[in-house]
Write a protein that binds this ligand. Structure first.
Ligand SMILES: CC(C)(COP(=O)(O)OP(=O)(O)OC[C@H]1O[C@@H](n2cnc3c(N)ncnc32)[C@H](O)[C@@H]1OP(=O)(O)O)[C@@H](O)C(=O)NCCC(=O)NCCS
Length: 206
């Protein structure tokens, strides 16, 4: 993205900051985490962390079993998405390396899906330490404050209360119910649809 300048947001007194010449170079820093584009060096870590059905079954579009080739094509696709501004996929790094992934998908943003969609997964060894919430907040700060997005969609399968708790902490509100095909389960799964507006994000963080 030409013209992407550095920016920051204070959210309940915590600092969220971003910088980079374009989407492929974007780095978002949160109090404990660094979010940056995935690269070839991440392939083995992706393959290792996603060899976990309890993660993959909660994601709509990730194949099971997850192979090293799947990780290679994900990294290539992530780069293309960033260059085309169809999607932002950011590795979450904590002090010990790859802690998960967080992303915003802008495609397809249409009359029926008028906002980008937030998605994320966290490596099992890091669950329960607020990583998903903090990483999600970093991406939302960038989307609302730097990109000027007005609303972000998300949601979770009905049997994923932890993810719905993350979204509630971020300010998302339930806006509907649907069925979404889950590649790993090979079935349509009941889904709770959520939405967060920029106004509400700012209100919750004030
Ligand atoms: C869901 C997931 C992202 C959560 O990551 P995390 O870093 O552990 O999340 P956080 O620590 O930020 O917050 C988790 C919240 O869920 C709550 N929670 C955990 N298990 C829960 C359960 N069974 N029922 C209700 N709440 C639960 C936690 O108490 C915490 O809320 P709190 O801070 O108010 O106590 C992680 O478990 C994961 O990657 N799961 C598999 C992939 C996935 O579900 N991705 C999201 C798809 S929509």
């Amino acid at each position: 993205m030409t013209g992407l300048s550095a920016g920051r947001l204070s959210w309940r007194g915590e600092d969220y900051a971003w910088h980079g010449q374009g989407w492929p170079e974007l780095v978002i820093e949160t109090p404990r985490l660094r979010l940056r584009a995935p690269g070839a060096a991440d392939v083995d870590a992706f393959a290792a962390e996603l060899a976990d059905f309890d993660i993959v079954r909660m994601l709509a579009r990730v194949p099971w079993p997850y192979s090293r080739m799947d990780a290679v094509s994900f990294v290539t696709g992530a780069r293309a998405d960033a260059e085309g501004r169809h999607g932002l996929h950011l590795v979450i790094e904590d002090g010990n390396g790859l802690a998960g992934l967080v992303g915003l998908s802008f495609s397809p943003v249409s009359l029926f899906a008028p906002a980008p969609e937030l998605g994320y997964w966290i490596a099992r060894s890091r669950w329960g330490h607020g990583i998903a919430t903090e990483a999600g907040r970093g991406v939302l700060a960038f989307a609302f404050e730097a990109l000027g997005v007005k609303a972000v969609r998300s949601g979770a399968f009905h049997d994923n209360p932890a993810s719905l708790a993350v979204q509630a902490k971020l300010g998302f509100e339930v806006v509907g119910r649907s069925h979404v095909f889950c590649l790993a389960r090979g079935a349509e799964v009941a889904h709770i649809d959520t939405m967060l507006t920029r106004g509400r994000f700012r209100e919750v963080g004030a």
